[in-house]
Design a protein around this ligand. Sequence first.
Ligand SMILES: *[C@@H]1O[C@H](CO)[C@@H](O)[C@H](O)[C@H]1NC(C)=O
Ligand SMILES: *[C@@H]1O[C@H](CO)[C@@H](O)[C@H](O)[C@H]1NC(C)=O
Ligand SMILES: *[C@@H]1O[C@H](CO)[C@@H](O)[C@H](O)[C@H]1NC(C)=O
Ligand SMILES: *[C@@H]1O[C@H](CO)[C@@H](O)[C@H](O)[C@H]1NC(C)=O
Length: 219
Amino acid sequence: MQLRCLSLHILSLLIVIYTIDAIHSVSTICEFNVTKDNKLYSYNLASPSETFTHGVLSEDGYYKVSSNGTVVWFQLCDGMIFNHDPPRCFDCLECGGQSRCGTGCSALMSSNILGGYSVCTTIGRTQSITTNLIDKKSPSMGVIVEMWHQGPEMNCSLSVSVICDSKKFQGPKTLEKFGNCNFATQITHPAGCAIVLAIKDNKSGWFSTLLIMYLSNYK
Ligand SMILES: *[C@@H]1O[C@H](CO)[C@@H](O)[C@H](O)[C@H]1NC(C)=O
Ligand SMILES: *[C@@H]1O[C@H](CO)[C@@H](O)[C@H](O)[C@H]1NC(C)=O
Ligand SMILES: *[C@@H]1O[C@H](CO)[C@@H](O)[C@H](O)[C@H]1NC(C)=O
Ligand SMILES: *[C@@H]1O[C@H](CO)[C@@H](O)[C@H](O)[C@H]1NC(C)=O
């Protein structure tokens, strides 16, 4: 009887631990885990490494890429900082205002309109950044960071593929446009590679084993 009572206590303790663990795995910006084929792929894009002390974040405070007269500035996993060469364009209200243009968002786009003016549009905000696998079937390929912004006139977004290469860094080179205001670019960076851990059994498997043990004990 005492043994049974003890195992009941152990079980409730395990349930508490299991629940806390489940709450812990809620993802934060640019940090996430996936399990596939008994392996845990753990990504933390913003975490420092020996060669990249800022992780995937650009040390300049921003990345810049342009195509067909459209310029896009962005930072990954954070807002942008401009110590030099800030964006000069009209209508920067949603991204820091005219004097601090670029510092109020995580991605900004400028395009030339007639008369040589550049107009800025916010296309990503730190409040709306998500990270996913580039390809759900192959976690080793890398991750895709998506940001978006719902503006009064347009809904815009930027997707940045962070292609995993443990030895190579390559900044953004090409910029593609989809629809009205959706952009995509890619970089190659070691931060896009996961730390891979082998897992013998997944948690629910481990937990149900214990539950079965407990229940058979209870009979
Ligand atoms: C992902 O897994 C690693 C290793 O178990 C852990 O340290 C980290 O906190 C987890 N991160 C998230 C967002 O669940
Ligand atoms: C932006 O997206 C929201 C939510 O999907 C939608 O309600 C709104 O009409 C969109 N605005 C424009 C200008 O497309
Ligand atoms: C630039 O032009 C190419 C070729 O037409 C197109 O694929 C690409 O999406 C364009 N990029 C932008 C930012 O408009
Ligand atoms: C985890 O374990 C449960 C029960 O053993 C199993 O049904 C499920 O498919 C497993 N999930 C993964 C991702 O291996």
